[in-house]
Design a protein around this ligand. Sequence first.
Ligand SMILES: [Zn+2]
Ligand SMILES: [Zn+2]
Length: 245
Amino acid sequence: MAAADRLFCLLFPSPCRVCGAPLRHARRLPVCAACLQAVRLAYTAPGCPRCGRELGAAAAVCAACSVAPPPYDSVASWAWYDGAGRELVRLLKFHGVLPAAAFCAARMTAIPTPPADLVLAVPLGPLRRRRRGFNQSERIARHWAQTQALPTAFAAIWRTRETAPQWGLTARERQANMRDAFAAGPAVAGRRVLLLDDVITTGATVAACALALRRAGAAEVHVLTVARAPWPAGPAAGREGQEAA
Ligand SMILES: [Zn+2]
Ligand SMILES: [Zn+2]
């Protein structure tokens, strides 16, 4: 930022991009302290360690995972995908507010995660990446990996085809949309992989990634996301609320 721009920001800081309140100081992340405080944390709520869904009392994993566990070993998410948590993701993803990536990554260091050898991010198709100019999950993963002193290997997983946005699809449709949409390279063989994504809803996207990683020989796949959308309740659920990458 040029010196003149910096001075302008200092004198006329832009309003909070979540609630519109005037910001008293210029910040890299144009969100007020009250909005950041209002983010509802998801990782502090008791959930199934395998899939992150709500867990009944005294169960080690949820009913769904005890019958058919997902292809990943664990899921943890920082915030619920609503209110300020959702706005942070949207600011990064749809408005290019890149400092939101560093902010989320820093907050996500509070989540206890299993040991990993390699940090990956859910890849975008080349078309969507070109349009957006960056991969939001990769941005967050880069910051997070740095804090953990872990290597990244973003080229180790890629999309084999462009997929329709998951938004507006049911859980079953999401699964079909993502089937065989990813492939992974030999860099993950024998490694414990930490896969980062911005939002998890039904887990269809990270499940497809995990299958590709397993096929390439990954020893473990753990999923870490900024936000978690509530699990769709019925066949028609999941038709609103989330825009997928
Ligand atoms: Zn605010
Ligand atoms: Zn579960």
